[in-house]
Design a protein around this ligand. Structure first.
Ligand code: GTP
Length: 229
């Protein structure tokens, strides 16, 4: 084998391992219209600010594999429309989500005042154990701030939420928000508090997980037994 061929082989193996994951987590991005949910998702996936973002119609989807505590986790993220007229559509996507970013705009008290409604929806429609991070977005609009950091952090504490102020425009804390949520879920899996095998947990074993291989092996065995081959 030539040196070029072996380098090519290593590159192919590298690319393969980049696309396989230990876990898959279903995430939601929820909150009032115009708070920057689509821009946060775009910044997280594309590492740039989405210019001319329009209102989301129903839901949009994005995914990215991240490394959390030595494990590769595929985040399957559903960006939901904040407009009231889409509520019945977006609510149908909540089911079985493991984590959520609950977004308000620090420059709009109205979006902050609606948080309780979004939170109730998430806990009743997704799961009472859903891991939620509160994101005070548009942190860059300091001069227009209507919601203080302190009051939002108190709200987060009272409602058992994690909290960060973010800016989809500058990228500040965007990566951290998604990773913090993923890390908390992973810690709960490792401590046994969350069971990925429970129906509707919003968690699946990825292709790189030995549990996935075991599960696949079991399925293949079952199929073989069924077809007698
Ligand atoms: N200054 C500033 N503007 C932002 C930021 N994030 C989003 N915006 C702007 O806020 C507006 C709404 O952003 P979107 O991401 O479309 O909001 P959304 O929450 O997805 O809205 P819906 O889809 O209607 O629910 C757009 O004009 C964005 O340019 C931010 O971090 N800072």
């Amino acid at each position: 084998m030539t040196e070029e061929n072996s380098l090519l082989g290593l590159a192919v193996i590298g690319v393969f391992f980049c696309f396989i994951s230990d876990f898959l987590f279903k995430f939601l991005v929820i909150g009032s219209a115009g708070t920057g949910k689509s821009c946060l998702l775009h910044q997280f996936i594309e590492s740039k600010f989405k210019q001319d973002s329009n209102h989301t119609i129903g839901v949009e989807f994005g995914s990215r594999i991240v490394n959390v505590g030595g494990k590769s986790v595929k985040l399957q993220i559903w960006d939901t429309a904040g407009q009231e007229r889409f509520r019945s559509v977006t609510r149908s996507y909540y089911r079985g989500a493991a984590g959520a970013l609950l977004v308000y705009d620090i420059a709009s008290r109205e979006t902050y005042n609606s948080l309780t409604n979004w939170l109730t929806d998430a806990r009743t429609l997704a799961s009472p154990n859903i891991i939620i991070i509160l994101c005070g977005n548009k942190k860059d609009l300091e001069a227009e701030r209507e919601v203080t950091f302190l009051e939002a952090s108190r709200f987060a504490q009272e409602n058992e939420l994690m909290f960060l102020e973010t800016s989809a425009l500058t990228g500040e804390n965007v990566e951290e928000a998604f990773l913090k949520c993923a890390r908390t879920i992973l810690n709960k899996i490792e401590s046994g508090e969350l069971d990925p095998e429970r129906m509707g947990s919003g968690i699946q074993y990825g292709e790189a997980s030995p549990r996935h291989a075991k599960h696949m092996h079991g399925t293949q065995l079952q199929n073989r037994q069924q077809c007698n081959c």
